[in-house]
Design a protein around this ligand. Structure first.
Ligand code: NDP
Length: 289
């Protein structure tokens, strides 16, 4: 098995890289280098300067956007070796990553977009879903290394993984907000949110928002910070570019993006995505309980 490397030890990357380190010799790099040293200490990975990442046969990235991935790629470019595979777990932009793939191809490096779903809990458990965009033979080459995944789906050429991820997250945003609107109204009528969810989750209106996010994070008032609101708004922007690129009708997703932009302005990009419902609660002067 090749040596692997992981760049970006954030909320997702840190536990994802831990799964790699348990199975493969793993190099890690992070902008805030202490996190790389902490990872080395905890999981036996090796914290290295960025250039040394190029020693790995498979390089993983999990950064906020494709912009940061492209910046890191430019810094690494002089050191990269032909035949290296680059697995980008960032929820990125399809068009920008096609350009990045072209740039890396000049050095003989094969880029695959490989965003993930399943959240920080899935990253810790190693049960993420990976949606891969890239050539078939590259997908087969990297498949054995996806140690943090439970499900791996090859969805199309480069960019297709990012497009699927953006649409998935747009659906998360719709479901969460819509459930919030409905529950605020029910609470105002005197129905407890818990009882309402007991019905909805045994009925056709259920979603991950009603089954997991709202009971675990809103009803408890815990609102843990696992996935930043700013990142979800970024995903909604990508989803809109996918829809607009295809001239696809998008009245609902356009509106959804607007309400989350508003929530981001009101609550700040560092708020958790589920905290968007706090905005609804403010408007209604009621808590979802
Ligand atoms: P975090 O903000 O927790 O981590 C971001 C990581 O990127 C950190 O390691 C950070 O380094 C690094 N970074 C930021 N800017 C730069 C830069 N300019 N140069 C180099 N490194 C940089 O984000 P997440 O882990 O939550 O998200 C990462 C990606 O995964 C995003 O695309 C997100 O949309 C996606 N995602 C997130 C999920 C979640 O539940 N959180 C679920 C599924 C996908 P530093 O430590 O120095 O700040």
């Amino acid at each position: 098995m090749d040596k692997v490397a992981f760049i970006g030890l954030g909320a997702m990357g840190y536990p994802m890289a831990a799964h790699l380190a348990r199975r493969f010799p793993t190099l890690v790099w992070n902008r805030t280098f202490q996190k790389a040293l902490k990872h080395q200490e905890a999981f036996g990975s090796r914290a290295v300067p960025l250039e040394e990442v190029a020693e790995a046969g498979v390089i993983f990235t999990c950064l906020p956007t494709t912009k940061e991935v492209a910046q890191v790629a430019e810094r690494l470019l002089p050191h990269l070796r032909p035949g290296t595979h680059w697995v980008d777990a960032t929820s990125g932009d399809p068009e920008e990553s096609r350009r990045l793939a072209q740039r890396l191809r000049e050095k003989g490096v094969v880029y695959l977009d490989a965003p993930v779903s399943g959240g920080t809990a899935g990253a810790e458990k190693g049960t993420l879903t990976v949606m891969l965009g890239g050539p078939e033979e590259a997908v087969e080459r990297v498949r054995p290394y996806l140690a943090y995944a439970k499900k791996v789906v090859h969805v199309g050429p480069v960019g297709a993984g990012h497009a699927v991820k953006a649409i998935n997250n747009a659906l998360l945003a719709v479901n969460l907000w819509a459930a919030g609107e409905g529950l605020v109204a029910l609470v105002a009528q005197g129905v407890s949110a818990e009882r309402a969810l007991e019905v909805i989750n045994a009925s056709s209106g259920r979603s991950n928002a009603t089954e997991n996010l709202i009971p675990e994070r809103v009803l408890t008032r815990a609102f843990p910070k696992t996935f930043a609101l700013g990142l979800l708004v970024k995903d909604l922007g990508i989803a809109m570019r996918v829809l607009e690129g295809e001239k696809a009708p998008s009245p609902l997703l356009r509106l959804t993006r607007e309400v989350y932009e508003m929530a981001k302005r009101e609550l700040g990009p560092e708020a958790d995505h589920v905290e968007a419902l706090k905005l609804l609660e403010r408007w209604a002067n009621a808590e979802i309980r």
